[in-house]
Design a protein around this ligand. Structure first.
Ligand SMILES: *Cc1c(COP(=O)(O)O)cnc(C)c1O
Length: 403
């Protein structure tokens, strides 16, 4: 009979069974919230011994976590094929900046995909630069230019797929392979698909980073990030987090663990609704381009089909003509879509965005697009009925056309 820890179990099953091996596992389904800063030792000898033995899952002091956080780490590791462990951080951005700090040293060069999350760009251009770490942005769709961007001092490559806001799908296996050949470590922001939709380490990356704030938490009420890696890089990440003093609260860990259990069904439903809504948008006069790899015929769709096991409800579209005021009328008219940052919660959100300020290598508008086609909106499709969402968007377009 297959045990609960059987690694051949499929990911939907592991989503339910993983992270349940602690002392509590025989008694309750969910780990209790262990709120503890001080952990007690049996004796002075015990205290000295455990200080030296910096292993996972050992009581030591609150900064190294306690069973609630360990249960979440363990569950996330079980979902990431190739991972030896997972470090938790107080936000997705903390995971990104701490992982970069763990692998880079002064004098190193970091390559950053031009379509990375904007705050990731700021970590490179601000924090890291201040430590004497240089960066170069590159177009992740141009493998030749990417390869040419490496130099002797290139230590790491920061990837993201699909691209933030504009949703391009790059060839991660090729980008990660080239990085490895050049002796650089590859980090990928895998928040969009999560390990369920894109097994990043299996696809060749060294470190997979996820903003748990989005799909994993899934309910728009908690912030957290994670980085998973194989043995070598996991050790570096863990040491880095210990030195930076990163720790997450057990209450938050319990919330994220609760979200994780239902993530697969939420993603499946979101993806189906997003595909229907993207298809509907593609037919509208007012829409110049739908930016979603889910949609057959869009750039990136073939790579998405090749490399991904699933999608999610986040995609963008570009309005045909119109101005910013018309775009704001559209967004303001929406009742079911909230206006706000973040995404991946159970509720739908809409966000107007302009991409020029956050790209330096990739041309926008792209070749062949109308010069007027630059007002874009990002949608995070939640769990509402898709037809109600379409009706809401229909009212939004009526407002767009009122001008
Ligand atoms: C939101 C987000 C992050 C940052 O996560 P926070 O928890 O908000 O800090 C990182 N990467 C991507 C792609 C995101 O969308």
């Amino acid at each position: 009979m297959a045990g609960k820890d059987d690694p051949t179990l499929r990911s939907d099953t592991r989503l339910v069974t993983s992270g349940r091996s602690g002392a509590f596992a025989e008694a309750v389904v969910n780990p209790p919230v262990w709120r503890a800063s001080t952990h007690l030792y049996a004796s002075c000898a015990d205290l000295r011994e455990r200080k030296a033995d910096n292993r996972d899952g050992q009581f030591f002091y609150g900064r190294r976590g306690a069973p609630t956080q360990w249960a979440l780490s363990e569950a996330l590791t079980a979902l990431e094929p190739g991972a030896a462990g997972t470090v938790l951080y107080p936000s997705g951005l903390a995971a990104l900046s701490a992982a970069l700090l763990a692998v880079l040293r002064s004098g190193d060069v970091l390559l950053v995909a031009d379509n990375a999350y904007d705050p990731t760009r700021s970590v490179a251009t601000g924090l890291l630069k201040g430590f004497g770490i240089e960066h170069r942005f590159f177009d992740p769709l141009d493998l030749e230019a990417y390869e040419a961007a490496f130099c002797d001092r290139t230590r790491a490559v920061m990837l993201e797929v699909p691209g933030s806001l504009t949703m391009e799908v790059c060839d991660i296996p090729a980008l990660a392979r080239i990085a490895r050949e050049k002796g650089a470590v590859s980090l990928v922001d895998n928040t969009w698909a999560t390990a369920l939709g894109f097994p990043a380490l299996e696809r060749g990356c060294d470190i997979a980073i996820t903003a748990l704030t989005k799909h994993v938490g899934g309910h728009s009420d908690v912030m957290m990030g994670a980085a998973s890696a194989g043995e070598r890089w996991y050790r570096r990440l863990r040491l880095g987090a210990q030195q930076l003093g990163h720790v997450v609260s057990p209450d938050d860990a319990a919330l994220v663990l609760r979200g994780l259990r239902t993530m697969s069904v939420r993603l499946e439903r979101e993806t189906a609704s997003a595909l229907a809504i993207a298809g509907w948008l593609a037919e509208r006069e007012e829409v110049a381009h739908v930016l979603s790899p889910l949609l057959p015929g869009t750039p990136g769709h073939a790579l998405w089909q090749r490399d991904f096991n699933g999608g999610c409800g986040l995609f963008s579209f570009v309005l045909r003509g119109g101005d910013d005021a018309a775009r704001c009328r559209l967004v303001d008219r929406l009742d079911l879509f909230g206006i706000g940052y973040s995404w991946g919660g159970f509720e739908s959100l809409a966000l107007p965005f302009d991409v020029e300020p956050v790209r330096s290598r990739m041309a926008w508008p792209k070749a062949g697009w109308g010069v007027e086609d630059r007002h874009a909106i990002r949608l995070s499709i939640g769990l509402e009925d898709k037809d109600d969402l379409i009706a809401d968007l229909e009212r939004g377009f009526a407002a767009f056309n009122e001008g």
